[in-house]
Design a protein around this ligand. Structure first.
Ligand code: MLT
Length: 202
């Protein structure tokens, strides 16, 4: 028994990187499977359900208010999820996955990059914000990160997203950050950027 409720779909094209799909608040392990198939056809898909419940809505870590995180829990949960990834890699025979996270799922993926960089080979962070007030010292050389943010996002101030991009870049990640003329929800442009970024993945 693995430590998270999850869905797994084996690769139909083993040359494609495995994806770790991380849903937003109120989502579950089924939400992003369709997105995963679209943006990286043939990839293995590993999709856990967040263990925190906020008024019945699954999430990946606790928050005190919208945009105000319980940082001790962010750290605990990022480590717990990285441990799950290690278990799942063994059980299913996977290389380190590329995280694809939306909103709360993007935030936990950013925390995993900072705290357990070995657990991910890269990440697509859709509507992410700075997960920890102090960025730990970490080496992200060789990791590709795609970030898409909404300039009109009511939850995430644009400069918060820019600060996250800057700190990932400072740690050595190869970051592509797109500020789109949209809000918190994903747009057609997000999809196009994801498809292109995955197609360029070596
Ligand atoms: C979070 O709690 O991670 C962010 O506020 C995004 C969200 O899930 O609404």
């Amino acid at each position: 028994e693995l430590s998270f409720i999850h869905r797994f779909e084996p690769a139909s094209d083993p040359s494609r990187p495995p994806l770790l799909l991380l849903h937003g608040t109120g989502g579950d392990e089924n939400d992003l499977l369709g997105l995963g198939r679209t943006i990286s056809p043939g990839s293995a898909l590993l999709s856990p359900r967040g263990k925190i419940l906020e008024n019945g809505m699954p999430r990946f870590f606790r928050r005190l208010a919208e945009g105000v995180f319980d940082e001790a829990d962010v750290k605990f949960r990022a480590n717990e999820l990285a441990d799950f990834v290690a278990e799942a890699r063994k059980a299913y025979g996977l290389k380190a996955p590329v995280a694809v996270g939306f909103s709360n799922g993007a935030n936990i993926a950013a925390a995993m990059l900072m705290l357990r960089p070995e657990s991910l080979s890269g990440a697509a962070l859709l509507r992410a914000m700075v997960p920890l007030s102090e960025t730990p010292k970490v080496d992200l050389a060789g990791k590709r990160v795609l970030m898409t943010s909404g300039a009109l996002d009511p939850i995430i101030p644009a400069d918060n997203a820019k600060r996250l991009a800057a700190s990932l870049r400072e740690a050595g990640a190869e970051v592509q950050h797109h500020m789109l003329p949209t809000g918190h929800n994903l747009s057609q442009t997000d999809l196009q950027l994801l498809v292109k970024w995955f197609a360029e993945q070596g």
